[in-house]
Design a protein around this ligand. Sequence first.
Ligand SMILES: [Zn+2]
Length: 213
Amino acid sequence: MSDKPLMCPACATHIDAPHGLAAVLVMLQRAHLKCRKCGRNSHPKDAQIMSDSYNHWFGQFRLQIEAAMGYLPHLERGPAIEVLKPRHFDDDIHHLHTFRELLRYTEEVFRPVFRDRALGYDDAELLISPLNKDGSNVAMGLSLSGHCGHNHEQDCWTLLIARYGPKGFMTYLTVGHSKHPLSEPPRSVSLEGKPIQVWSMKHHKEAVGVGSH
Ligand SMILES: [Zn+2]
């Protein structure tokens, strides 16, 4: 059993287990766990499987986004906003102060996608791709696009990210609803000879090819 908290199989939020080993043992044998967020009851074993699978996929995502960040330039406010090209107001732009904050935020945004992948819906997709400077192969930011795996009409999210200042990030989120989101095939680009790899959760096994060198 892993040391990660149990997770609700319905909504993928953490479930608090009763304190103390005895309480846990009793619970594991006969009780069900109630999720505080969605109210569903689940068997502890299912909550454990959900936690293991979710953390596997979130861990893969974390490795990929961490690697991709290494290629991005640190921008001042103006250029960072320029990369995100917000369609509405500055209010839609979120400022996160550290990579840890960014990870927590992206996890909240894409939680339904990780949940569906963890539940075995192979269509659940989360794509990490570079946002290039116009007309070039120079990556200025990242685009994260995701959709769930089991709806006919899917919720989909696109989160654009630019590095802001020495440690921070700026993000811009759009939420949509589409029958066929993410129809665009993944591409890869290079930055000064170093490739940025496009990562697809759906095609994780056969990582999408690296561009020119
Ligand atoms: Zn729940």
